[in-house]
Design a protein around this ligand. Sequence first.
Ligand SMILES: [Zn+2]
Length: 208
Amino acid sequence: MSSSAEVFAQLSKWKSGSAKLYMSWAISGVSGWCIGVLKHVASSELHFGIDAIDRKDFLFVINVHSTYQPQFRFVDNREAWQFFAPQRERSEFGKTLEIMLRGSGADKYGGKVILASAMAFCLEMKKKDLTPKQMSSVRCPTCGVAAGMRCELYSGGLRSAPHVDRKLAAADAVEAKNKSQRSRTSYLRPKASADVLCGNPSAKHGDV
Ligand SMILES: [Zn+2]
């Protein structure tokens, strides 16, 4: 088990950064999965939503009040455990939290919810859409080179590929640009991209 202080620190971090999370659940014979963000984090309950879907149409509430005796555990992705994410590679996930919930009455086992940082997955999806020129179109937050310049090694030489943070920043910049273009030409069918899976608010489910 992980300490609840550690768990809530991570949950708050995910929420404040609007981190894309993969959630899977298995509760009394019902299971499923989706990608979204934490909308609300409190010691009594967690709200999980999807930016592209209005909250009145989709909201997943995880009751973690102490009377339900939730058990938290950070799962090591290298463990040989039953994989929670069908059709996905473990490498697509970062920090992974397992929440065991207690059932009511005689039902000892309530269910299990997994929340996993899906950054790597979103990055892979985004990178597919980027050209090398686009990847270098922003200043690198890691080595500090200006837009258009190649990333540098600590030793001063040139890197063969941009730093990961720069790819992410470039993907965000391209996404923001696409978004403003989309709103100007909304009659055009938007290009299917990582947006839907990564929960971009501008993406509609019909895009894929
Ligand atoms: Zn760099």
